[in-house]
Design a protein around this ligand. Structure first.
Ligand code: FAD
Ligand code: SF4
Length: 510
C-alpha cells in the first residue's frame, strides 16, 4: 500500500512526526513549490531563495537515505498547478491509498488539510507537530479560566514541565527572570563576532537564478546570500552562537548599534521556523554551556525564555485566537504604512538603519523590530493589516503564526492587551539610551517640539492624547497620563501641530 507523506516547507527535519514509521520501499514523499506560496505574500527575495534551497536540500537528503521522493519544482514547465491540483494528479498517478502529514503551522493551511479527505477521497492522517514544546491543546488548557494570559506564568510552567534550570521546585539562582540585568547598551569600542556565513553550492546557485528571474520585483536584496540551507550547516550556526555569542547574549539583548545588524543574538529563528533545528536541541546546548560554566545564568535563562517561553506562548496565542485575531484593531489605527518602510529613505536615522538592514539581510533583531520599527507603527497609528503584511514579507523567519501575535499583540496592542499588559510605546529617549542611532540623525532627540525635534517625542504624547479614552484606565500607563493631565494646553497644541506637520511630510513620500 502506497502512503503519500506530504512535507510542508517548514517541516524540513527527519524527526518530523509525518516521517515516523516511514517505509522506504513503499511510501512516497511529496514536496511542492507553488507560485501562490511566494506571491500571495510577496516575500523578501532572500527568504524565497532560502526556503526553496532548504526544501530542495532536504529532499536530496531523503533521497540519499533511499526514500522515494516526488518533488515538483517551481521552474519545471509542467508546474502551472496549485497544490491541490498537484496532489490530485500525484494521488491518481501513484495509486495513493493514504495521505500522511504533520499538522501545518498556519490556520488557513490547517483548514485546507481538514478538507483533504473529502477532496481526494482517501484517508488522511494528520499528526501533531510535536517538535513544538507545548501542544495546542495544552496551551488551551493552560489559558482556560485565566483572567490574564501573562507570558511569565506560562514560561514558569514550561520550566517546571521540562525541568530546565530548576533546583527542585525552585528556579536555579532563586529568580525566574534576569531581565533587569539584560538591558545594557553596548560599551564603546565593543565589536560583536561576525555572523555565520555558509558557502553556496550548485543547488543554491540554481535557486538564486530562479529567484532573480522570477521574483526580482519583490522587496529585498538577494545577494549576498549566506544562510545555512541544510541541517548540517544550521547546526554549525547553533554551535557558533553557543561558543561565540551566548555568553553576552543576555547582557546586550536590548542593545542596538549602527552597522551591527546581528549583535549577540542567535540568528536561529530562520532554522527553527523551517524545521532545520528543533527548539529543545538549542535549549539543551545552552544548558550544557551553563553547566560547563561557559555562559552565565542571565544569558542562558534569557535565551531559554525566548525559545521555551516567548516562542511557544506566541504560537499558543495564535491558535487560541485565530481566525478573529487577524481582524483585531483595538486602537482603531488606520494610517497607511509610510513608503519609507520599503525604501529606507527617511531622515529618522533609527528607522533608516533598521529598514536598510532588513532589506539587506531579511533580518532585524528583536529590539529593532519592537522598539524602533514597531514603536513607530504604534505611535503613528498604522493600520494593523498593513503592518502585519510588511513584517510577514520582510523577515526570513516570518510565518503567520509567529508574525501575527508579535505584530498585532506585542507592537500594536491591536488585541486590546491580551498579549501585552501595556502598549510598548516609547519616546526617542529609549532609542537614544539603547543605541547610537541618534548621534547620526538629522533630528534632535532631546528636543520635544518643533521641526527639528525627534518625531518619536511628540508622536508619543499624541498617541496618548489620541487614545486617552481607550488607555487611561491601564494601571501601567497611570504615570504617563498623570503627566499628560498636567501638561499645558499650549504644549498639547504644539504636540498636535508637530504631529500634523510630520504626517503631511511623510504623506508627500507616498
Ligand atoms: P534571538 O534574540 O537570538 O532569540 C532566540 C530565539 O527565541 C529566536 O530565534 C526565536 O525563535 C525565539 N524568540 C524570541 N522572541 C520571540 C518572540 N517574540 N516570538 C517568537 N519567537 C521568539 N520571530 C520569528 O521567528 N518570526 C517572526 O515573524 C517574528 N516577527 C516579529 C515581529 C515583531 C513585531 C516582533 C517584535 C518580534 C518578532 N519576532 C519574530 C520575534 C523575534 O524578534 C525574532 O524571533 C528574533 O528577532 C529572531 O532573531 P534571533 O534568532 O537572532 O533571535
Ligand atoms: Fe530615531 Fe529620534 Fe534618535 Fe533620530 S533622534 S535616531 S528619529 S530616536
Amino acid at each position: 500500500m502506497t502512503n503519500l507523506r506530504f512535507i510542508f516547507g517548514d517541516q524540513l527535519n527527519l524527526n518530523i512526526s509525518s516521517l515516523r514509521d516511514l517505509d522506504l520501499h513503499e511510501d512516497l514523499l511529496f514536496f511542492f513549490e507553488g507560485m501562490e506560496e511566494f506571491t500571495q505574500v510577496k516575500h523578501h527575495q532572500k527568504k524565497i531563495a532560502f526556503l526553496i534551497s532548504a526544501r530542495r536540500h532536504f529532499a536530496r537528503e531523503l533521497e540519499a537515505k533511499g526514500a522515494k521522493v516526488h518533488y515538483i519544482q517551481l521552474d519545471v514547465s509542467s508546474n502551472a498547478q496549485t497544490l491541490r491540483q498537484a496532489l490530485e494528479v500525484t494521488i491518481n498517478e501513484h495509486s495513493i491509498k493514504k495521505l500522511i502529514l504533520t499538522e501545518p503551522s498556519e490556520w488557513h493551511s490547517y483548514q485546507e488539510v481538514l478538507n483533504w479527505k473529502k477532496t481526494f477521497n482517501i484517508p488522511v492522517e494528520i499528526r501533531e507537530a510535536d517538535h513544538f514544546l507545548c501542544s495546542r491543546t495544552e496551551f488551551k488548557d493552560w489559558s482556560h479560566g485565566r483572567k490574564s494570559l501573562t507570558m511569565e506564568y506560562f514560561y514558569r510552567e514550561m520550566r517546571k514541565k521540562y525541568d530546565l534550570l530548576m533546583d527542585g521546585k525552585d528556579p536555579i539562582g532563586g529568580q525566574w527572570n534576569y531581565d533587569q540585568e539584560n538591558r545594557k547598551p553596548l560599551k564603546e569600542g565593543m565589536k560583536p563576532p561576525k555572523p555565520y556565513v555558509a558557502d553556496k553550492d550548485s543547488i543554491t546557485e540554481e535557486v538564486m537564478k530562479l529567484v532573480k528571474d522570477t521574483f526580482s520585483s519583490h522587496f529585498g536584496d538577494l545577494e549576498p546570500f549566506y544562510f545555512a540551507i541544510d541541517r548540517k550547516e544550521a547546526l554549525k550556526v547553533l554551535d557558533q552562537f553557543i561558543t561565540e555569542r551566548l555568553e553576552l547574549f543576555g547582557t546586550y539583548q536590548d542593545a542596538m548599534v549602527q552597522g551591527e545588524a546581528w549583535m549577540y543574538h542567535s540568528h536561529l529563528s530562520f532554522y527553527l521556523n523551517c524545521g532545520l533545528l528543533f527548539p529543545m536541541e538549542c535549549i539543551e546546548q545552552a544548558i550544557e554551556a551553563f553547566n560547563k560554566q561557559k555562559a552565565p545564568l542571565n544569558s542562558v535563562e534569557g535565551f531559554i525564555r525566548q525559545i521555551l517561553g516567548w516562542r511557544e506562548y506566541i504560537r499558543g496565542i495564535y491558535w487560541l485566537k485565530m481566525p478573529q485575531y487577524k481582524l483585531e484593531n483595538f486602537l482603531v489605527a488606520k494610517h497607511a504604512l509610510p513608503q519609507f518602510y520599503w525604501t529606507g529613505k527617511t531622515k529618522m536615522n533609527c528607522l533608516k538603519q533598521c529598514i536598510t538592514e532588513t532589506k539587506a539581510h531579511a533580518y532585524a533583531h528583536h529590539i529593532q523590530r519592537l522598539m524602533v520599527l514597531g514603536n513607530f507603527t504604534l505611535l503613528a497609528g498604522i493600520d494593523p493589516q498593513e503592518v502585519n503584511e510588511w513584517y510577514w514579507i520582510v523577515y526570513a523567519d516570518a510565518y503567520e503564526w509567529v508574525e501575527l501575535p508579535n505584530v498585532s499583540g506585542m507592537i500594536l496592542y491591536a488585541d486590546g492587551g491580551l498579549l501585552a499588559s501595556k502598549p510598548y510605546a516609547a519616546s526617542g529617549a529609549y532609542i537614544n539610551r539603547m543605541s547610537n542611532y541618534c548621534k547620526g540623525c538629522d533630528y534632535k532627540v532631546k528636543e520635544k517640539n518643533g521641526a527639528d525635534a525627534c518625531p518619536f517625542n511628540y508622536l508619543y504624547w499624541d498617541f496618548l492624547l489620541r487614545n486617552k479614552k481607550r488607555l487611561e484606565k491601564n494601571p501601567r500607563l497611570m504615570r504617563s497620563f498623570q503627566t499628560l493631565e498636567k501638561m499645558s494646553q499650549e504644549k498639547q497644541k504644539n504636540i498636535k501641530e508637530d504631529t500634523q506637520r510630520f504626517f503631511k511630510e511623510i504623506a508627500r513620500d507616498l
